[in-house]
Ligand binder design. Structure first.
Ligand code: PMP
Length: 410
């Protein structure tokens, strides 16, 4: 129970387990350095570097003209939910009804609503690490217990069926899967998903949150496979999470959606109805246009990101002390930087962690990356490839030059 005494703050006890977003903190620092005139290249943020398609912007302007400016119903307008249902059937071969869809202010809020509406204190959520940094903190805000399972580079950053089996307890409520992954670009293939499904079938109390937000960024000719494509029998305990931020460059519009069992979606709508009420009406109209409009640019864009990935992985692997796996999707690389730990910089600073390395790269070499510490697996760097090729080349050049100046003091 919280108690407010002369010495305590107004913060609720449950916030004690919650870390403020390290990524947003770094982005702010990089922007400040830029504003102060430093030539910073920001590879910290996970944001597509192209604009929202014109027909989507037009749909939003039309919605304003049509006075679609009032409250909508909590789960989202029938029009946007229809567009989501059609998208899920067309692209993912998954069939849902309107009452199985909830639209929120971004995929992040969908995940928040899911955790806040289903977790009781002490309920466990299995989160393979490296993870998208918000998962454990959202679970903690909802008073659940994140059960982090280390999935190192040697296993492609993916949870094995054996690790999953070992992590499940009677208190497990959810497993969170994210493929392609932020921060590693790791992808679960059909065989791997089938092996995980075999474990999950033995534990019917475990639900699965499948975060598919990077589904359209798959490389080397791979096709995205959802857990439900290989294990349709798990549909009554799977929540698909997706959104328009990454696929349509709509991060600022704040639209995400969940598709899952009616009782879970109804519970999520209770949280939403008593917090933000619904996602922005104009953004819902824009998302409906995005999801039912042309998507031919997906293929060309994935090819562009694949080229950038190839350039960055090759440049990083040429640096002594850095070892980078080739991601199979998404727009991040997650190199192991253990070879830089213990080295001394030209300014005499000894690098003791990936957080140190990122601070040194930003302060002295004006390249912003996010330390593995933010994603639960160190020492690594997360570098976003959602920047133009020139910037990526310059940034890799700066990292190489910086590392060449390091001195081994061990
Ligand atoms: N899931 C993952 C894996 C992400 O990387 C992000 C954004 N970085 C989100 C969910 C949230 O996306 P949004 O709230 O913008 O829809």
């Amino acid at each position: 129970m919280s108690s407010i005494t002369a010495n305590s703050t107004m913060r609720a006890d449950r916030l004690k387990a919650v870390r403020p977003s390290m990524i947003l903190g770094l982005v702010q620092k990089a922007r400040q350095l830029k504003a102060d005139g430093h030539p910073v290249i920001d590879l910290g943020i996970g944001e597509p570097d192209f604009e929202t398609p014109q027909h989507v912007k037009d749909a939003a302007i039309k919605a304003i003209g049509n006075n679609e400016t009032r409250y909508t119903i909590v789960p989202g307008t029938p029009a946007v939910r229809r567009a989501i249902i059609e998208k899920l059937e067309r692209e993912n071969r998954l069939i849902y009804r309107q009452d199985e869809i909830s639209v929120s202010g971004g995929a992040k809020q969908v995940i928040y609503n899911a955790m806040a509406s289903t977790l009781s204190p002490g309920d466990e959520v299995i989160i393979p690490a490296p993870y998208w940094s918000s998962y454990p903190d959202i679970v903690a805000i909802a008073e659940g217990r994140p059960v982090v399972v280390d999935c190192p580079q040697s296993q492609g950053f993916l949870i094995s069926p054996e690790q999953l089996e070992k992590a499940i307890t009677p208190l497990t409520k959810w497993l969170i899967l994210n493929s392609p992954s932020n921060p590693t670009g790791g992808v679960y293939g059909s065989d791997h998903l089938e092996a995980l499904a075999d474990v999950l079938r033995c534990h019917p109390h475990v639900h699965i949150l499948s975060d598919d937000i990077y589904e359209h960024l798959m490389f080397d000719g791979r096709c995205f496979t959802s857990l439900l494509n290989v294990a349709p029998d798990l549909k009554d305990r799977t929540l698909i999470v997706n959104g328009v931020s990454k696929a349509f460059a709509m991060t600022g519009w704040r639209i995400g959606y969940g598709a899952g069992p009616e009782d879970i979606v109804a519970a999520m709508n209770v949280v939403q109805g008593q917090s933000c009420t619904h996602a922005c009406s104009i953004s819902q109209a824009a998302a409906a246009a995005a999801l039912s409009g042309p998507v031919d640019f997906f293929v060309e864009r994935a090819a562009r990101f694949q080229d950038r990935r190839d350039g960055v992985v090759a440049a990083l692997n040429a640096i002594d002390g850095i070892d980078c796996l080739t991601p199979e999707g998404a727009f991040y690389v997650y190199p192991d930087c253990s070879g830089l730990i213990g080295m001394r910089t030209a300014a005499g600073r000894v690098l003791t962690s990936d957080t140190d390395i990122c601070a040194w790269l930003l302060d002295e070499h004006h390249v912003s990356a996010v330390p593995g510490a933010a994603f639960g697996l160190s020492p690594h760097l997360r570098i976003s490839t959602a920047a133009c090729t020139d910037d990526l080349e310059t940034a890799c050049g700066r990292i190489a030059a910086a590392c060449a100046e390091l001195e081994n003091v061990q």
